[in-house]
Write a protein that binds this ligand. Structure first.
Ligand SMILES: Cc1cc2nc3c(=O)[nH]c(=O)nc-3n(C[C@H](O)[C@H](O)[C@H](O)COP(=O)(O)O)c2cc1C
Ligand code: SF4
Length: 370
C-alpha cells in the first residue's frame, strides 16, 4: 500500500491518510457569514473524495478581521449551529474537518468591516489596497487574542475535529512575525522574540480554551520574500518555540501578496516544479522532530512526488489546494489505483472566480465550457 494511505494521528485525532485539503476560501457564505447549502455541498464532496482532513476556507474571528466578501464567520456564538451543519455533513461522509481561523489585519478593507480602518501591528501601507492600517493598541492586541480563543472554542463546540491558526500570507498573525509589517518598538516589535510574542500568546489562549487533547495546528509562512520580511531562519525559530509549547501540527507555506513570491505559484509543469516550499517543510521537520507533525503545501501534484517526500520523512502530511478545486475526487482516484498527476495546470484562474458571486471554482474548466 502507498504510504499516502497510511493513517497518522495529530494529537488524539486519527487522520485516515496523509492528504490534507489545504484551506481554500470559497466565497460561499451568506451575508451574516453563515455557510450556505452550496458551501456545505462542496465541502461534503471533498469528504466523499477521500481527503484525509478537510480544511474549509479561513473563518474570521473578529468583526474587523474579515478578509474577503462572502467569507465564513466564526465571530459569535450564533455561527455555531450553522457551522455544525457543515461539520455534521463531513462526519456523515466519514471524514475529519479542521477550522482554519484568521484575522486579516492590514489585509482587510474598510468595505468589509463597516467602514473601519483595518488594524495591523504598525502603520505600514498594504500595497494592493494602498490603505495604511491603524497601529494596534495593547487593548486591540488583547481583544484579538481573546477573539482567537473564542473562535477556537466555537470551532470545538461546532464539532470541528481540529483548529488551525492562520499565520501565513500576510494575515495578522504572520504580519506580527514579519519585520516588513511589524516595526513596533514595544514588547510586540523589534527583535524576533518580541515579534513572535503575538503568535505565542494567541496559541496559549487557544490551547487554554480547547484543552490539551484537542488538535491545534498552524499554517506558518516559512518565508515572506519581502524586504525585512520573515526568513526561513526566523520561521524555524518560531516553529520550534510553538512545537515546544505543544503545537500539534505545522503546515509550512510562504509568500505574500506584496513579496516577490506568492503562496500559490503558477507554472507547475513537471515533477521538479512541484513542492516549492517542501525544502522549508523539511528544514522545519528536521528541527521539530517528533514534537509536532509537519504538513508540506505548495504545488504538490503527483502521487510519486508526494510518496517520495513522505517516505523520506520531509513531512508527515501534504496539503493540496488547487488540484482539489478542479478534481474534488482526486484522492479517491489515487485510492482506487489511478495514481495520475492532478489535472490542475496552476493557472490561478480560480482566484478570479473566488471573488465572483458563485464563489471559488476552476476558472480554467469554466472557460473551456463557455
Ligand atoms: C482560491 C484559493 C483560495 C485560498 N484560500 C486560502 C485560505 O482560505 N487559507 C489559506 O491558508 N490558504 C488559502 N489559499 C492557499 C492554499 O491553501 C495553498 O497554500 C496554495 O494554493 C498552494 O497550494 P496548491 O499548490 O496545492 O494550490 C488559497 C488558494 C487559492 C487558490
Ligand atoms: S483555475 Fe483550475 S486549473 Fe487553474 S489553477 Fe485553479 S483549479 Fe487549477
Amino acid at each position: 500500500m502507498s504510504i499516502i494511505f497510511e493513517p497518522m494521528t495529530i494529537n488524539k485525532m486519527e487522520v485516515k491518510n496523509r492528504i490534507v485539503r489545504s484551506a481554500t476560501y470559497e466565497g460561499m457564505a451568506d451575508e451574516p457569514g453563515y455557510p450556505t447549502e452550496t458551501l456545505i455541498n462542496m465541502t461534503e464532496d471533498l469528504a466523499k473524495g477521500e481527503v484525509g482532513l478537510v480544511v474549509p476556507g479561513f473563518l474570521y474571528v473578529s468583526p474587523d478581521g474579515k478578509a474577503t466578501p462572502r467569507q465564513t464567520s466564526i465571530v459569535s456564538d450564533d455561527t455555531v449551529p450553522q457551522l455544525k451543519k457543515l461539520v455534521d455533513r463531513v462526519h456523515a461522509a466519514g471524514d475529519k474537518v479542521c477550522a482554519q481561523i484568521v484575522h486579516a489585519g492590514r489585509q482587510s478593507h474598510p468595505d468589509l468591516i463597516g467602514g473601519l480602518t483595518p488594524i495591523g501591528p504598525s502603520p505600514v501601507t498594504f500595497a494592493p489596497s494602498k490603505i495604511t492600517p491603524r497601529e494596534m493598541t495593547i487593548e486591540d492586541i488583547n481583544r484579538v487574542i481573546d477573539d482567537f480563543g473564542e473562535g477556537a472554542r466555537r470551532a470545538k463546540e461546532a464539532g470541528f475535529d481540529a483548529v488551525q491558526l492562520h499565520s501565513a500570507h500576510g494575515y495578522l498573525i504572520s504580519a506580527f512575525n514579519s519585520g516588513y509589517s511589524n516595526i513596533r518598538t514595544d514588547q510586540y516589535g523589534g527583535n524576533l522574540e518580541n515579534r513572535m510574542r503575538f503568535v505565542l500568546e494567541v496559541y496559549r489562549k487557544v490551547r487554554e480554551k480547547v484543552g490539551p487533547d484537542y488538535p491545534v495546528m498552524i499554517k506558518l509562512s516559512s518565508a515572506d520574500f519581502t524586504e525585512n520580511g520573515t526568513t526561513i531562519d526566523e520561521s524555524k525559530q518560531i516553529a520550534l518555540r510553538l512545537a515546544e509549547e505543544g503545537m500539534d501540527a505545522i503546515e509550512v507555506s510562504g509568500g505574500t501578496m506584496e513579496g516577490t513570491k506568492s503562496p500559490a505559484w503558477t507554472k507547475i509543469n513537471s515533477d521538479t516544479d512541484e513542492g516549492y516550499y517542501l525544502s522549508n517543510a523539511e528544514t522545519i521537520k528536521e528541527l521539530v522532530g517528533d514534537k509536532a507533525k509537519v504538513i508540506a503545501v505548495g504545488g504538490l501534484r503527483s502521487p510519486g512526488v508526494i510518496e517520495q517526500a513522505l517516505e523520506a520523512g520531509k513531512a508527515d502530511f501534504v496539503a493540496i489546494c488547487r488540484p482539489l478545486i478542479r478534481e474534488p475526487d482526486l484522492v479517491k482516484k489515487w485510492k482506487e489505483g489511478n495514481m495520475k498527476r492532478a489535472d490542475c495546470i496552476s493557472c490561478n484562474l480560480c482566484f478570479a472566480e473566488s471573488g465572483k458571486e458563485g464563489g471559488t471554482c476552476c476558472g480554467y474548466l469554466k472557460k473551456e465550457q463557455e
